[in-house]
Structures are given as C-alpha cells and as structure tokens.
Design a protein around this ligand. Structure first.
Ligand SMILES: [Cu+2]
Length: 186
C-alpha cells in the first residue's frame, strides 16, 4: 500500500489506518478532541438539522460514522448529515475524521453541485467537483474504539461562489446509501 502513494487519491484501496498512511493519525482522546472542537464551532439547529457558520473564518470538523450513529453517515455537532451553511468568501478548513471500522469502510468527502439521489458508483456521476475529494481515509485500526487509531485529513478552500452544493462520500455505494449533506454558501 505505501503511505504517500495513497495521497494520489482515488480508489486507494481498503485497509485499516497505519502510521504513515499519508494523513493524520489520532488516538481516541485526540478523536474526542476533534469532535469537541467541531461542536464548538458553528451553531447547530437540531430542528432544521443545520450547522451555520457566521464568521468568515470557518473550521468544519466533520466525522465519518461517529460511534453510535448509523453506517454511511457524516456527523457534525451530533447531527447526521446536517446542512452546513457558510458565508460567501469564507476561508473554510474542511476536515474529516474517519471513526468507522471494517472492510470497505474507508471514507472521504468532496463538494459537488450535483444533487442527490446518487448511484452506486457516485464518482462517475458527480461530474467536476467544486472541492476535490480528499484521499480516502482508511478505517480505524481496531474494533475496540477506545484502543483504536483514526485517520484524519483536511482541505482548505475559499467559498467564493454563493449557491447550494452537496458534500458527498464518493466511495462506491456510500452516497447511494445516504452519505451526503447539503452545503450552502450564502
Ligand atoms: Cu463513505
């Protein structure tokens, strides 16, 4: 598999996280800190399932399959696949932590203008992304969540065009199973 080779992205394969996979490796305590940080940034509204960022300095700490949540979902502020709203021209740090475990449970995220529903091979269907996919984040290293290590990786972009987009996991079958949410620039 080879660590940095994975950074080339796209169909990287299917294995648990190892040191040197190409992104960050977090232990359980660091993963909890990542979630806490995400929960402290932006304002969540559970009623509308929305997390809104008012300032132009935006950090989104998104989790793939946080323990206790359904398979093939993203979490932020304890919400499942929330709509994320950022102001136009926001400087966005878009981070992803993979807490999922098991064969083919690598996840990633891209932002696209193409609305759901998505087919099994979503990548072929999505067209040019507005934010390219991160390399796939391998699944956690152990069944026991407290003893596991976790992959994390981030992107940074300027949200310079107002509109409605979608953040989507392009790993085969994940988007078709519902692993996506709305991303609004306003
Ligand atoms: Cu996924």
């Amino acid at each position: 598999m080879g660590g940095m080779g994975g950074m080339m992205g796209g169909g990287m394969g299917n294995w648990p996280v190892t040191p040197g996979w190409g992104g960050q490796v977090l232990d359980y305590r660091q993963a909890q800190a990542f979630i806490r940080f995400g929960n402290e940034h932006g304002k969540a509204d559970a009623h509308t399932n929305t997390v809104t960022f008012e300032r132009k300095d935006v950090t989104i700490d998104l989790v793939a399959v946080q323990p206790g949540f359904d398979d093939q979902t993203f979490e932020l502020h304890g919400l499942t696949n929330p709509t994320i709203v950022v102001p136009r021209d926001a400087d966005v740090r878009f981070n992803l932590l993979n807490m999922d475990y098991g064969n083919n449970m690598q996840h990633t995220v891209t932002i696209v203008p193409t609305p759901p529903p998505y087919p099994y091979m979503a990548m072929m269907y999505l067209g040019p992304p507005v934010v390219p996919p991160l390399p796939e984040l391998p699944w956690r290293s152990a069944d026991n969540v407290k003893q596991a290590q976790f992959a994390a990786l981030g992107n940074r972009f300027i949200a310079n065009i107002a509109g409605t987009y979608w953040y989507v996991c392009p790993t085969p079958q994940h988007a078709s199973k519902g692993m996506y949410g709305r991303f609004v620039v306003r």
